[in-house]
Design a protein around this ligand. Structure first.
Ligand code: ZN
Length: 316
């Protein structure tokens, strides 16, 4: 490309970014009102779906699970109407510049006061920031962060930040598979004082489940306290190794070093009742089924790492 052409391209990027920056602070859409008051049936359904038995979410002094924050703002199947705003404009602008793909990258929530049945919810959201042009493995584009403030009776109850990358797909052919001699290792587990006992068990080929010694409720993954009664006292029970596939996903993208997509990631329900995310082995990824019986075994991923995995088969 000629020197002048190159300058022209840089200028157009700068101009675009200047325009994108003017959207910062603008409402993404008109303010909204929750379709329902905070209410016990929605809280109950949520807790059942999540398997959350925390007693704080039931009874006469119930609060809503803080993580339901966004649920109270959702439009449901019929959607939230008449809420067109600057976000649509910004998206159109980015589409026009070739950043036609989108991926959600992360979400942060902050809780300022509990929501209780009867609270009337209002919310508004702004485009908080648009990043300079960034190049990622997916492609080049701009990160757009929106912030939604959720209020109960007019009082700020929490904030919900949501970030996406609007990008032009890189369109490169997949990187050639590395030679076996340089195959990267699986990621190391993050071991901390709360879960060290679990990984010590794995090193001895024992899958240990935490048990609250006050109310005897089992929990997994490992946590410092009991979700059922709040107790910090616990011991462990060793899983029998029997389980079933409770749910699963098949990973195609993004590629991670040491993983060879597509592969199945299973949510395994152990015979003891708790669930663990793990690999399902022994069957092709497209033969994994909900309800399939599986049995624990330990995979020697490399010299330093053993991992619990679940083998299917025998009862097709
Ligand atoms: Zn307990």
């Amino acid at each position: 490309m000629s020197r002048d052409g190159w300058h022209e391209q840089v200028d157009s990027h700068d101009l675009l970014y200047e325009r994108l920056k003017t959207y910062e602070g603008r409402p993404t859409a008109a303010p909204g009102t929750g379709k329902d008051l905070v209410n016990e049936p929605m809280i109950r359904h949520w807790c059942e779906a999540m398997g959350d038995t925390n007693p704080a979410y039931g009874g006469p002094d119930a609060i809503a699970p803080p993580t339901m924050l966004q649920a109270w703002t959702m439009g449901g199947l019929s959607g939230n109407t008449d809420r067109a705003g600057a976000y649509d404009e910004l998206s159109t602008l980015l589409d026009g510049a070739g950043y036609t793909s989108i991926v959600a990258t992360d979400c942060e929530q902050e809780y300022l006061r509990p929501l209780r049945p009867g609270d009337a919810i209002t919310f508004d959201s702004v485009i908080e920031s648009v990043s300079p042009r960034k190049t990622t493995k997916l492609g080049t584009g701009h990160f757009v962060t929106t912030r939604m403030d959720v209020r109960a009776g007019g009082e700020l109850a929490g904030t919900h930040r949501f970030r996406v990358l609007k990008y032009a797909p890189a369109g490169r052919p997949p990187a050639p598979r590395p030679e076996p001699s340089v195959t990267p290792k699986r990621p190391r587990p993050v071991i901390n004082r709360d879960n060290a006992g679990f990984w010590e068990g794995v090193a001895e080929h024992r899958l240990l489940i935490q048990r609250c010694t006050d109310c005897e409720v089992l929990r997994f993954p490992w946590l410092p306290g009991c979700n059922a009664c709040g107790s910090l006292a616990w011991d462990t029970v060793e899983a029998s190794g029997e389980g079933t596939v409770y749910s699963y996903v098949v990973m195609h993208h993004p590629p991670f070093p040491a993983f060879d997509p597509p592969y199945a990631v299973g949510l395994i329900e152990l015979a003891e009742g708790v669930r663990i995310v793990s690999n399902v082995v022994g069957v092709p990824y497209d033969k994994v089924r909900i309800g399939m019986p599986v049995r624990l075994e330990f995979l020697k991923a490399d010299e330093e790492l053993d991992l619990p995995v679940f083998r299917a088969g025998g009862e097709d």
